[in-house]
Design a binder for this molecule. Structure first.
Ligand SMILES: Cc1cc2nc3c(=O)[nH]c(=O)nc-3n(C[C@H](O)[C@H](O)[C@H](O)COP(=O)(O)O)c2cc1C
Length: 257
């Protein structure tokens, strides 16, 4: 419900994106207008990652039983293979296949229509063999593309409304979306699918991190435009969700919101 005199745009959007029998479905955009399915940054310094596998030896039931958000971390070096596996097992590219008569990539997270609108950026701290910095994850190549040199954790704590728990994490995963990748097929309703896709990816990160004895925590609160500027995102791409991953402090209790 709107708390001011402004229209409740969320409700208006929700109603407008209903499927109703009396209204024809929005037709998809012409294929020629579809945006590129993968982001790459020409000229960026690239770092190949190890861990392009699913070598995670933990029963799903035990992982689900242990999954929780962590907010106290011990900052210790993280093997680069762990970062590679976290990214690949959550949102890597396993191969290609046809979805709805179109070639699409095959990935560990579901995506509406196989459109995969999400991109991943990582801010790293004490990941062995990788200079602290901000990188884009090129999932097809399983490589990092350098976006910003140097430790970004303090800036990211500030950009996430002062959530200082970030400071001792190894990895801040920032999930972004290119909305038109999905909306060119599904129109207004496609906007809902972006958030559903992001939720699936967020849960994958939680479960993979937990299975590797790491501590994840989601962050939904951040200054959208400023974070977009910090990552120097292209105009057609927006920030969606943040998931931090660190090594749980030994004496951590249950805490936080
Ligand atoms: C969309 C979303 C946004 C969240 N944002 C934050 C956040 O900004 N800060 C935080 O500490 N936890 C955040 N969380 C984590 C929730 O507080 C947490 O999942 C919830 O309290 C349940 O606890 P559990 O994950 O330990 O089971 C978020 C979770 C979700 C799903």
């Amino acid at each position: 419900m709107a708390r001011s005199k402004e229209a409740d745009v969320a409700r208006l959007y929700h109603l407008q994106s209903f499927h109703v029998r009396s209204r024809p479905l929005e037709p998809p955009f012409d294929r020629d207008l579809h945006p590129l399915r993968f982001r790459t940054y020409a000229g960026a310094t690239r770092t190949p990652l190890p861990g392009r596998d699913f070598a995670i030896d933990a029963p799903l039931g035990a992982v689900l039983e242990r999954r929780r958000s962590h907010r106290e971390f011990a900052l210790r070096p993280m093997p680069v293979e762990t970062l590679g596996r976290l990214l690949h097992a959550s949102y890597g590219v396993r191969g290609t296949r046809k979805i709805d008569e179109e070639w699409s990539c095959d990935r560990p997270a579901p995506s509406a229509g196989g459109r995969y609108p999400l991109e991943i950026y990582v801010a790293t701290q004490a990941v062995e063999g990788i200079p602290d910095g901000v990188y884009h994850y090129d999932a097809r190549a399983h490589e990092l593309e350098l976006r910003r040199e140097g430790l970004a954790h303090a800036a990211l704590a500030d950009l996430t409304l002062g959530q200082d728990m970030i400071m001792n994490t190894n990895v801040v995963v920032i999930i972004t979306a290119v909305p038109f990748r999905t909306m060119c097929k599904y129109g207004q309703r496609g906007y809902r699918f972006l958030w559903l896709d992001a939720g699936h990816l967020g849960q994958n990160l939680y479960l993979v991190a937990t299975a590797m004895d790491l501590g994840p925590v989601a962050i939904g609160g951040f200054y959208d435009e400023e974070l977009k500027g910090f990552l120097a995102l292209p105009a057609e791409e927006d920030t969606m969700y943040v998931v931090c991953v660190g090594q749980p402090a030994p004496a951590e209790g249950r805490n936080g919101p």
